[in-house]
Write a protein of this length. Structure first.
Length: 317
């Protein structure tokens, strides 16, 4: 029996088991303020994982709000952030896109390797595509992973954007995504500002906000390796030497080191199917097929549909 077939059978049995065990208990988080580092945070960090700018856009806006509240704030994609400096912070906001109904595994792994953050208040947010699936529980998963490091859970939020899942439009279902073409809008920005302000106010007032999971069918899929199943639908995934301009954007975007642009190589086994390479290549040199169709990236999708994403007024030049 081939390795792929064996993995298929193993993951298939897991899928069947998970779908029959959809009913899951409700989990909850609440801060225990006895352990709080300080109710008057001075050094904050706003960190995110972002492939196409939605999550980083919200994060930058929140960092701006915290600065206006008097904090000194470090803001960064987690991939460019020195995690050892996090222990000097006394307030953290962390953001992630929802991928495959949950927090992407690369970010989960990074958080689990963080130093202890005992008593540091943390808030978490996710951005997701359109109506989304399981976004509330994905935000919970992100916040919970911070509490496993000793951080105190303060607040969480989920912000709707357009989906950046390239196979959707590439296989002809762009209407599903275009329904949300006006996002983010001023109301999204205002929600992000208010989230950051309220999270900080919650700490200053030592307010006890209880955060709970909600029932969702999609939560069952969390236990499965959804990127692996989705990857089964993809054919080609390779760099076209003629189109490649050797800019390195694909390698920089890949969170698991599966791409080497100098060697024109994609390690398909290591790939977690985040589409960061396809969604960031400026020349369409990262070629991929999905269900037989050519997959093209998010900037090209925006261009074809005449969409320019809005910026919050704070960053309009
Ligand atoms: C590989 C992949 C998987 C995704 N899976 C989901 C999902 O399960 N649920 C959802 O609501 N959105 C999903 N999305 C949409 C993204 O969560 C959403 O567009 C997000 O705002 C992108 O954030 P970013 O621009 O910071 O990377 C997915 C997007 C990609 C690229």
């Amino acid at each position: 029996m081939s390795d792929t077939r064996r993995t298929f059978l193993r993951k298939g049995s897991l899928l069947a088991l998970s779908l029959t065990a959809v009913g899951q208990g409700c989990a909850h988080l609440e801060p225990r303020y006895q352990a709080l580092k300080t109710a008057n945070p001075r050094r904050g960090a706003v960190l995110w994982y972002s492939q196409t700018g939605h999550t980083s856009g919200m994060g930058r806006l929140m960092a701006h709000v915290l600065r206006s509240e008097g904090l000194e704030v470090a803001e960064s994609d987690y991939r460019r952030f020195d995690a050892s400096t996090l222990t000097s912070c006394d307030f953290i906001i962390i953001g992630s896109p929802v991928y495959y109904f949950r927090v992407p595994e690369n970010l989960r792994r990074w958080i689990s390797a963080l130093p202890r953050l005992d008593g540091v208040p943390a808030a978490a947010y996710v951005t997701f595509g359109g109506a989304g699936h399981n976004q509330h529980n994905a935000a919970f998963e992100l916040l919970e992973s911070m509490t496993e490091k000793g951080a105190l859970p303060v607040r969480m939020a989920a912000f709707s954007h357009m989906s950046t899942f390239a196979p959707t439009w590439s296989t002809g279902r762009e209407a599903r995504i275009l329904r949300y073409r006006d996002l983010p809008n001023e109301s999204t920005f205002e929600s992000a500002r208010s989230f950051a302000r309220r999270a900080l106010a919650t700490v200053r007032a030592r307010e006890n906000v209880v955060i709970e999971t909600e029932f969702s069918f999609w939560q069952a899929l969390k236990r499965l390796d959804m990127p692996w199943w989705t990857k089964l639908m993809s054919g080609k995934h390779a760099i076209n030497r003629e189109k490649c301009i050797q800019c390195g954007a694909c390698e920089e975007a890949c969170p698991v080191g599966a791409v080497s642009y100098r060697e024109y190589r994609v390690d398909r086994g290591r790939c977690i199917f985040c589409l960061g390479c396809v969604n960031n290549c400026p020349t369409g040199a990262m070629e991929m097929t999905y269900s037989g169709s050519e997959v093209y990236g998010y900037p090209e999708f925006l261009r074809r549909n005449g969409i320019t994403l809005r910026k919050p007024r704070e960053f309009e030049s």
